[in-house]
Design a protein. Structure first.
Length: 189
């Protein structure tokens, strides 16, 4: 299957590939390493009640949330190393797209953003420049939550500080996984 995937990717002009795996799945980890992939970072999927977010400390600066406009997509995708078109895809899927804004510097796009699916409910990607920025971003998402869904989830990608902050207010670790990436091999014999 991986040989076929590599051939398809090479035929499409792709030079790199990536995937997620449970860190404890040692046979799979070994296989991916033999294919030249290396762990890039670890992520944690967290579940929590909206009410738990009330216990998150506020950041030391005033931040607001604002809808992500299509004209902001490229800058936000670049700031957070997202694939081009990911935000447009979220918008097409009717996700709530919010970014953090500092009123003193409204053009800064690197503070945080979320792509929230109220039906799941959860936010992925959910990225913040500092763990304490989670509080205002979650506060901005909360009015978009469905009343029949008291819990939600986020994925803290390569952000152990955010994971620790959320666990400290009672979030449950739902899943931990490693993100592996590498060059698409040309020879897999």
């Amino acid at each position: 299957m991986l040989r076929a995937a590599a051939a398809e990717l090479r035929a499409a002009g792709c030079a790199t590939w990536c995937l997620n795996v449970k860190p404890g799945n040692l046979p799979a980890v070994g296989l991916y390493q033999r294919l030249g992939m290396r762990e890039a970072y670890r992520s944690t999927a967290l579940r929590f009640a909206w009410a738990q977010t009330d216990a998150l400390p506020a950041p030391g600066r005033a931040l607001e949330t604002r809808a992500i406009e299509p004209g902001d997509d490229a800058a936000i995708e670049a700031a957070f190393a997202l694939p081009r078109g990911q935000l447009a895809g979220g918008r097409a899927a009717k996700r709530v797209l919010l970014r953090l804004v500092d009123p003193a510097e409204p053009s800064a796009v690197h503070l945080g953003f979320a792509s929230f699916n109220p039906d799941f409910p959860g936010a992925f990607p959910f990225r913040v420049a500092e763990p304490e920025f989670a509080a205002p971003l979650l506060a901005g998402l909360r009015p978009h939550a469905r009343p029949d869904k008291p819990d939600m989830g986020i994925v803290a990608e390569a952000d152990p500080g955010l994971t620790a902050r959320m666990v400290a207010v009672g979030a449950r670790v739902h899943l931990e996984f490693s993100h592996f990436k590498g060059q698409v091999p040309t020879d897999m014999s």
